[in-house]
Ligand binder design. Structure first.
Ligand SMILES: *Cc1c(COP(=O)(O)O)cnc(C)c1O
Length: 344
């Protein structure tokens, strides 16, 4: 049988109705270009309302540019960026953060469940203070992490406190920020600026938009000339309203959180279905919209042969990554589990 939805990535999904409707609404008549339109103004205001602060907002096409350009704003070329070994900025952005910052070096840190710890951050800063070491300038946290875990507010507070003591600015890669907020049930402000985060790359694509991420500067000084960086980096959309209007649809009536909660619930359902199957081992705590699991024997490949698309070997060679998205249904999950059970 062939499946119409898969567990390969949350970016396999289409556009959710709220984002689609906002695009359609923005598609009437003419509008001012390059971000000087009222959709972009209103979407920025909506983000300021969600974060309860007067932050500076920019809309870019994707996460790689959001991360790279914002890190370039936090660092000089002689600085380094501390992040987890598995961080997307290190493993999946083709060197863009280094490129756009003219050479700021990424220094990776180990840590269980995809998380960095205050002691390893502090050690990376304190172990060298000489002129030959790339001066630590920023700490980058991924929330949700690359293995689907979520930093608690206390963990974020401890890390940002260490960053403050060490003179590091704090960047948050929030490609799945919505899923983290849904899991934690906190005010978005509490795990960002109130905790000392300087800039957040807030993911739209994986939350149900066609494309686009919002770069949210809580520290407005760091946003100076960011519009020029975006333009030079090929990230200034001339028809900006189509990047910004979907945010209005997502933020109105909490659609972004509704989708994230649903997505997280589908991952919980999937984990609950997989756990009792003999030979299945779930690798990390399931705290957002992904389940990483070892599937017994050759059943992973057999599932692929049945038409299920998902990745194996993203983190370790024999681990499969199963991602739920806003349009994953309980029936999709149950069918996947039933198919695997049959093979085992
Ligand atoms: C998907 C993702 C991004 C953004 O990737 P793009 O393909 O550049 O949009 C950034 N960080 C993390 C952790 C991601 O999973």
């Amino acid at each position: 049988m062939s499946h119409t939805r898969h567990f390969a990535s949350d970016n396999y999904s289409g556009v959710c109705p709220e984002a689609w409707a906002a695009m359609a609404e923005a598609n009437r008549d003419h509008e001012v270009s390059y971000g000087d339109d009222h959709w972009t103004q209103r979407a920025s205001d909506a983000l300021r309302a969600v974060f309860e602060t007067d932050c500076e907002v920019f809309f870019v096409f994707n996460g790689t540019s959001a991360n790279s350009l914002s890190l370039a704003s936090l660092c000089q070329s002689y600085h380094s960026v501390l992040c987890h070994d598995l961080a997307h900025i290190e493993t999946a952005e083709c060197g863009a953060p280094e490129f756009f910052s003219n050479g700021s070096k990424i220094l990776t840190l180990p840590g269980d469940n995809g998380k960095v710890r205050p002691d390893t951050v502090e050690n990376a800063v304190r172990r060298r203070s000489d002129i030959h070491y790339p001066k630590p300038g920023a700490l980058s946290l991924t929330q949700v992490t690359e293995v689907g875990t979520v930093y608690t507010p206390a963990e974020i507070a401890a890390l940002t406190e260490t960053a403050r003591q060490c003179g590091l600015r704090v960047h948050m890669d929030g490609a799945r920020f919505a899923n983290a907020v849904a899991t934690l049930g906190v005010a978005p402000a509490d795990i960002t600026w109130r905790a000392g985060v300087d800039v957040l790359c807030f993911g739209g694509s994986k939350n149900g938009m066609a494309l686009g991420e919002a770069v949210v500067f809580f520290n407005r000084d760091l946003a100076r000339d960011f519009d020029y960086r975006c333009k030079q980096g090929g990230q200034l959309a001339s028809k900006m309203r189509f990047l910004s209007a979907p945010w209005l649809g997502m933020l109105k009536d909490g659609a972004w959180l509704r989708h994230a909660r649903h997505t997280n619930a589908m991952a919980q359902r999937l984990a609950a279905g997989l756990r009792p199957i003999p030979g299945v081992a779930i690798s990390y705590p399931v705290q957002s919209n992904s389940v990483f699991a070892r599937l017994p024997g050759t059943t992973g490949r057999q599932m692929n042969d049945l038409g299920w698309k998902f990745y194996t070997g993203v983190i370790t060679p024999d681990e499969s990554r199963l991602m739920c998205s806003w349009d994953t249904t309980p029936e999709d999950v149950d069918q996947f589990v039933a198919d695997l059970k049959r093979l085992v």
